[in-house]
Ligand binder design. Structure first.
Ligand code: UDP
Length: 237
């Protein structure tokens, strides 16, 4: 499989075409960003760690019956993926209060949310990813009602599978964001699952092991991401 043209450069990942139209190369760069892309930095090895972590977690979800975009590892910092038609939406599930929920509602960070809270955002940095709901999706035609329900259903299934996975390695899955696309009229989990797009806290110490380290202190980010990978048994060589 040959990597060809750069198709899309996001804040932390780049998509390339290949010699097969149905397949793309998803490259994880060492970049990290916050504040809708206004703050950007680089961390050595971050691309490699997130690529391997994402591949491990997506493979785990796939084995549990969730269809994902991944085909195979392409290199240390890239994965061969199916070419999906992405929905411009972010599906967020929260098991504990953190981030924007704390800011919006003034709930104490760490409060357990039972049942988990589901949020839907439009993916649009210029508009600061505004919160939307199923009615907006219908009116503006971002995704069909059937596909939206399926995406929501997979988000909850993913939560169950990953809550188990992370609790087995002493981590709390606080919240996470997923993105979906359509391939041959079927909903497929796309984009990534990594500590950039999920909050993970140590069960005993409540230490943060995710992108909040960058958002808040800028200390120990790579060490924390490596620790998550090591606990999962992901080979980072
Ligand atoms: N998230 C993400 N990309 C975004 C917004 C949020 O990956 O553009 C993730 C974030 O890392 C967290 C979850 O979605 O795990 C919920 O984020 P929240 O709404 O609390 O927003 P934040 O304050 O983190 O931007």
């Amino acid at each position: 499989m040959r990597k060809m043209m750069e198709l899309y450069r996001g804040k932390t990942k780049t998509l390339y075409s290949t010699d097969q139209p149905d397949l793309l190369v998803l490259e994880f760069r060492d970049d990290i960003s916050a504040l809708d892309g206004k703050r950007v930095d680089q961390f050595n090895r971050k691309g490699l760690i997130n690529n391997k972590l994402n591949y491990f977690i997506m493979s785990h979800l796939q084995k549990a019956g969730i269809k994902t975009q991944i085909k195979e590892l392409y290199s240390h910092n890239a994965t061969l993926v199916k070419n999906l038609k992405m929905a411009p939406l972010e599906f967020v599930l929260r098991n504990r209060a953190a981030g924007s929920l704390v800011k919006r509602l003034g709930i104490k960070e760490g409060t357990a949310l039972c049942p988990p809270v589901f949020d839907l955002f439009l993916k649009n940095d210029d508009k600061h990813d505004p919160m939307v709901n199923s009615s907006y999706c219908r009116t503006f035609g971002w995704v069909s009602s059937d596909h939206l329900s399926r995406m929501r259903e997979i988000t909850f299934q993913t939560n169950k599978i990953l809550n188990t996975l992370f609790s087995e390695i002493g981590l709390i899955l606080v919240d996470f964001k997923l993105e979906f696309g359509i391939f041959q009229n079927e909903v497929i989990l796309g984009d990534e699952f990594s500590p950039d797009s999920a909050r993970l806290w140590d069960q005993k110490t409540f230490h943060k092991m995710d992108k909040d380290l960058y958002r808040q202190t800028q200390v120990g980010l790579i060490e924390a991401y490596e620790e998550v990978a090591n606990r999962l048994g992901v080979n980072l060589d």
